[in-house]
Design a protein around this ligand. Structure first.
Ligand code: ADP
Ligand code: MG
Length: 341
């Protein structure tokens, strides 16, 4: 058997590595630490502070020749604001750290900042600091975001319960379709352009997250960054009584699982048309492709009937382990940074 030292990151996987870090750094009492979309830090004011950070690396998250800097600026802030939305919080401030090659044109950074400013203004978020350094060749960007919510109101990944409905806001797979179109350099008609826009200019579901968090019976919530194939697993693992001793479930409760009805996944008309034309599998893009930044949440059937947020019911949480992808044509996978696809 391999020892930890002999394992490569490919063996361990992105989430295996995060699990190792989490074991070493348990969160202090009353604080939600590693493992959710944000850390939740209670304040004396009766409100909770939400914090998250995300990195974008040239070559891994974007290709400089393909993404206009305005769109990269927008996306860098958007993906972070989305993590606040995922908790049902209100985003308040960001910090921007950049490592830039010395030969980068200043115009590139101007455009980047214009995109960053536009989305920050749209969501009322202030840029309050950061760090600037040189990088040998690649552009590396890191954004930290702060948000807030009433004490105890944050919706955690760990709150799914047996019998909950599994729901999503918006449509799935557009962003993955846009990325595929960019990588395969397909002809850009209006539908393809719409998918590419969804990939580059995601709109975090802040208003929807706030309304969902204010609805009793809405339990677990997260944003879809890696695709529901992967992200739903995070909700199930976090909601397992073995993982989360604060869930209140007795330890002998079985691991939660889910049944997802693949034909009911919400697909935009643009994605359906592009997939029909190019022979792409829309369901595979909707389950395995990431970066939709829609909200994935679980709620009681009664709460679902009273929701004033547009959404689609895609399945149900059940007390059998694993995810049953009803109506799927092939295996369903999500995105992992260290795994080969
Ligand atoms: P998201 O997709 O919502 O940004 P990630 O999958 O990147 O979340 O991370 C999952 C959880 O692990 C988050 O709570 C994040 O803060 C934590 N995490 C990721 N990498 C590290 C790290 N290097 N050190 C500590 N916590 C980490
Ligand atoms: Mg997230």
């Amino acid at each position: 058997m391999q020892t930890t030292e002999e394992m490569s990151l490919t063996d361990l996987g992105e989430f295996g590595l995060i699990g190792r870090i989490r074991e070493r750094f348990p969160a202090p009492e009353g604080v939600t630490g590693i493992g959710d979309d944000c850390a939740v830090i209670p304040q004396r004011s009766g409100r909770d502070t939400l914090v998250s950070t995300d990195m974008l690396i040239e070559g891994t998250h974007f290709l400089r020749r393909d993404i206009p800097p305005y769109r990269l600026g927008w996306k860098s802030a958007a993906v972070n604001i989305s993590d606040i939305a995922a908790m049902g919080g209100l985003p308040t401030a960001t910090f921007l750290s950049v490592a830039l090659p010395a030969d980068l044109e200043t115009g590139w950074m101007e455009e980047f900042l214009r995109g960053y400013a536009d989305i920050s203004r749209r969501f009322g978020v202030a840029l309050l600091g950061g760090d600037t350094t040189a990088s040998p060749d690649r552009i590396c960007l890191n954004v930290a975001v702060l948000g807030e919510c009433p004490s105890g109101a944050a919706r955690l990944r760990s709150a799914a319960r047996d019998g909950d409905l599994v729901c999503v806001t918006g449509c799935l797979g557009d962003s993955a379709g846009g990325l595929k179109a960019i990588l395969e350099d397909v002809e850009r008609d209006a539908d393809v352009q719409a998918l590419i826009d969804r990939h580059y200019l995601p709109l975090p579901r802040v208003a929807e997250g706030l309304r969902l968090a204010a609805t009793p019976g809405v339990h677990a919530m997260m944003d879809i960054s890696d695709g529901i194939g992967s992200d739903l697993k995070h909700i199930l693992e976090a909601s397992s009584p073995l993982q989360d001793k604060s869930s209140g479930l007795p330890p002998e409760s079985p691991l939660p699982g889910a049944t997802i009805d693949v034909p009911s996944l919400p697909l935009s008309p643009a994605l359906q048309r592009v997939c029909a034309r190019l022979g792409w599998d829309a369901a595979a893009l909707a389950t395995g492709g990431g970066e939709d930044y829609e909200l994935l949440f679980t709620c009681t059937p009664e709460a679902e009937r009273s929701l004033d947020v547009p959404h689609t019911v895609i399945g149900v949480i059940r007390d059998l382990p694993g995810i049953e992808w009803r109506g799927a044509k092939g295996p369903v996978a999500g995105f992992d940074h260290f795994r080969k696809l």
